[in-house]
Ligand binder design. Structure first.
Ligand SMILES: [Mg+2]
Length: 232
């Protein structure tokens, strides 16, 4: 039986925002009698806010915090711990001070289960500033550069670009690809950040490297996901 894996931000919902209500109805129906897995960098509360308790409880498994916390039908079944090394925190604080993006809004480090989320602009920014930073970062590749530098300096740490304004930092191997340890083939994976440095990349990369039976659906937005699902 096919196993369907979905990223959430940018794939099922606009980044950090709730799912389109019409797509919600469609998706609720579509997942019936299918193996469906959600894989996101966000925590459970944020995900439920975005896709609703109904869908969250109905899927086969919900992998929160890039798979560092696993829920099955509302029940917690696994959790990993991660604490950021002091030297890395210092390194990122310097990045924060020296960034060419000057507007800072606070809440730059957020401890999550199994990972630390880091944002130059800060998670307290408005939606409008979030979009501005996102566009700026697309041109300037600040987040990709930060991720690459972290991995050069700290060989046991991994970092990836996620959402619009932040990066996820975790123990090597603590990325989204860990979900493939307990999901079998064949796999269909839907994600919006499959390019190198993106937080869906580790899944795509591992599926290809291990020659797993899979199909990748690299989407630009939730509407594209919706259109694709109508054909499945
Ligand atoms: Mg995404």
């Amino acid at each position: 039986m096919m196993n369907y894996i979905f990223d959430i931000d940018g794939t099922l919902t606009p980044s950090r925002l709730p799912i389109n209500p019409d797509f919600e109805i469609f998706f609720k129906n579509w997942i019936k009698n299918k193996n469906v897995y959600l894989v996101t960098g966000s925590d459970k509360e944020k995900t439920i806010e975005q896709i609703g308790l109904d869908i969250w409880n109905s899927v086969t498994r919900a992998y929160q915090s890039c798979g560092n916390q696993v829920w099955e039908k509302g029940q917690l079944i696994k959790e990993n711990a991660f604490h950021i090394p002091v030297k890395l925190r210092q390194h990122l604080t310097t990045k924060l001070e020296n960034s060419l993006w000057k507007e800072k809004f606070g809440n730059h480090f957020e401890q999550r289960v199994g990972l630390v989320n880091f944002s130059i602009i800060g998670r307290n920014c408005t939606q409008q500033k979030r979009e501005e930073y996102w566009k700026w970062d697309e041109k300037n590749s600040e987040r990709i550069e930060i991720c690459n530098t972290i991995m050069d300096l700290f060989p046991n740490i991994e970092a990836s670009v996620g959402g619009q304004i932040s990066i996820d930092i975790y123990q090597k191997g603590g990325n989204k690809a860990q979900v493939l340890n307990d999901i079998s083939d064949p796999i269909c994976f839907f994600g919006d950040k499959m390019e190198a440095g993106g937080n869906d990349y580790p899944i795509a990369e591992r599926l290809i490297a291990e020659k797993r039976e899979h199909t990748l659906f690299k989407v630009k937005n939730p509407n594209e996901t919706w259109d694709l699902l109508k054909k499945i």
